[in-house]
Design a protein. Structure first.
Length: 164
């Protein structure tokens, strides 16, 4: 059985770190999360895409940070005292890199049964399918499961993220 999945009462479960962005609840696979930190001073990178906040120095490691609000074209608000950077490992063609993404607030770690996940959902008709692994609905909650790998993958305007 995968280290990312566990069987509970005969059902396959995975662990997710959940967080708030806007008024919505999102989740990421907990096994790729390296650390959760308060916002640190960010150094902007000239010519970067709008959603690319810049880089931070985390214990001597320079990490790129993106703003998920901007990446998802959500309304921009000032981040409050609960704003957090989630640092996650991303696999770029076999090379593992650590990247950070800015969220409003971290919520909790939750086990989600695979039966409670709807895959391939077109989130709100946005066409942003590649950013999402699906929608989970455990215990009446609605959690959009984020594919962080896709959020950081280079595209025509985001290739700078990989060059930092």
């Amino acid at each position: 059985m995968s280290h990312q999945a566990q069987e509970k009462n005969g059902k396959l479960n995975r662990r997710y770190l959940t967080f708030v962005l806007g008024k919505e609840l999102y989740g990421v696979d907990i096994h790729r999360v390296k650390t959760i930190i308060s916002i640190l001073p960010v150094t902007p990178v000239p010519g970067a895409p709008e959603y690319f906040v810049g880089v931070i120095n985390l214990r001597g490691i320079i990490l790129p940070v993106i703003d998920l609000r901007r990446r998802f074209a959500m309304p921009l608000l000032e981040y409050g005292q609960d704003a957090t950077i989630i640092v996650q490992e991303i696999d770029f063609s076999g090379k593992i890199e650590q990247m950070g993404f800015l969220v409003d607030q971290v919520s909790e770690v939750i086990d989600i049964n695979q039966e409670d996940i709807e895959s391939g959902t077109d989130v709100g008709g946005t066409g942003l399918n590649s950013f999402f692994d699906g929608i989970a609905h455990p215990g009446g909650k609605v959690i959009t499961l984020l594919n962080v790998q896709a959020v950081f993958l280079p595209d025509s305007e985001a290739s700078i993220v990989l060059q930092v």
